[in-house]
Design a binder for this molecule. Structure first.
Ligand code: FAD
Length: 374
């Protein structure tokens, strides 16, 4: 099967500049690649990117690919354990289990937060720094448990990945790191455009005060006047009807030689191929319409047909790329599908590395030049 035409991916690839990336990636207007939706869905494997851009472990871009690989590594060892606190977080705080409406509707009155939510809904993506700021505000200022917030962000991202997303939230919350990630208005002013700046807000303070705030059980209530209220786009537990074909809900006839292609393996392959959307997963982890619109056409382009439903009902002997996504993983195991590991870079250390630096060294890479992934 030839490679599907993906002009947007080609444009993104042509624009990648590893030198400019290293110099500017922390800035919201920096030379980031925008490749994560394609990487997340397996359209382009990291080893191919390493080759294409001639990268080594000394390059900042490769180092960031390393963070993704580290999160996948932890997921491989802890499985669904990444969906709950990995270690106790800050003591004595009763985090809320619901994400407040003013955050979801972009009307906290704090420009950096409201801009981040507006950008997320409008584009399905968010710069790494904006994700860190949003997560830190939600957990440490508003005292919301990272899990409902991580589920919400996951639902709206085109690149939503349970490992990179949920483990980053835990890293910010200090349930997967030794201290909370904190930021102030000066940090926003350094890395974001003017309309994100948040002087005079509760974030306009020093790090000692922020640390005390994070460790205090008291949430800081919404502040100031929002410019406008946003409507949260729906989180859909199944593909929207306009993206589906008449036969997509029909069980395919028994097959003894087909490859099942799930949404994280959207690349071409040989032989008969059935695209699968396993609804039990999507009922637990809904996606935005924009994400369905990203995935469905690409899934269709690399398969002969699509089946939407309970993949456990299929009959036959199948092959598939292994996935750690819950429900899909169990359904493929139930079918006894022959699994091949997804391509990886760097090589995955056999035993669990509890920190990125341990992972990076165990994978044979040069010492990191800094501690943080922001
Ligand atoms: C709270 C939070 C939630 C996140 N959720 C996700 C998610 O659901 N899916 C996801 O792919 N990434 C997630 N990230 C990591 C990172 O923000 C995105 O990978 C990055 O912003 C995607 O944009 P880009 O492709 O332009 O990245 P670039 O900076 O161009 O990096 C290239 C690639 O390297 C990888 N990468 C870069 N930085 C990181 C990082 N810090 N952690 C892990 N991988 C990285 C990604 O695959 C990315 O596509 C999250 C980070 C935070 C702080």
């Amino acid at each position: 099967m030839p490679k599907p035409d993906d002009a947007l991916l080609e444009a993104r690839l042509s624009a990648v500049d590893p030198v400019a990336y290293a110099a500017s990636r922390n800035h919201l207007g920096g030379a980031v690649t925008g490749l994560s939706p394609w990487i997340t869905h397996g359209c382009i494997p990291i080893p191919e990117l390493i080759d294409r851009f001639g990268l080594t472990g000394h390059d900042t871009l490769a180092f960031q690919f390393g963070w993704r690989a580290f999160f996948q590594h932890v997921w491989g060892h802890l499985g669904n354990g990444i969906l709950a606190d990995i270690r106790p977080g800050l003591p004595g705080i009763a985090y809320a289990n619901v994400l407040p409406a003013d955050i979801r509707e972009g009307r906290t009155g704090i420009p950096v937060i409201d801009r981040a939510v507006a950008t997320l809904y409008a584009t399905g993506t968010l710069h790494n720094h904006a994700r860190l700021w949003l997560a830190s505000y939600v957990v440490h200022v508003r005292k919301v448990h990272w899990r409902p917030a991580a589920d919400w962000l996951y639902a709206h991202l085109l690149d939503g990945d349970l490992a990179s997303n949920h483990l980053s939230w835990q890293w910010v919350a200090a349930t997967f790191s030794s201290k909370p990630y904190l930021f102030n208005a000066d940090n926003v002013a350094r890395f974001a455009p003017a309309d994100w700046h948040s002087p005079g807000t509760p974030l306009d303070t020093d790090y000692a005060a922020l640390e005390a705030l994070a460790r205090s059980p008291r949430a800081v209530i919404p502040f100031g006047q929002p410019e406008k209220e946003l409507t949260e786009p729906p989180r859909l537990t199944a593909p929207p009807a306009h993206l589906l074909g008449a036969d997509d809900f029909t069980l395919p006839p028994p097959d003894t030689d087909a490859t099942l292609v799930h949404p994280w393996a959207l690349h071409p392959g040989e032989g008969p191929r059935i695209g699968v959307i396993h609804l039990p997963f999507h009922q637990r982890f809904p996606w935005s319409e924009a994400r369905w619109a990203f995935v469905l056409p690409r899934l269709r382009a690399v398969t002969d047909r699509i089946f939407v439903g309970d993949v456990g009902q299929l009959d036959g002997h199948f092959r598939a790329e292994a996935t750690l996504n819950p429900d899909y993983r169990e359904a493929l195991a139930h079918l006894g599908a022959e699994l091949t590991p997804p391509p990886r870079w760097p090589p995955d250390p056999a035993t669990l590395c509890p920190s990125f630096s341990r992972f990076w060294a165990s994978a044979g890479q040069p010492p990191p030049r800094r501690r943080w992934h922001a």
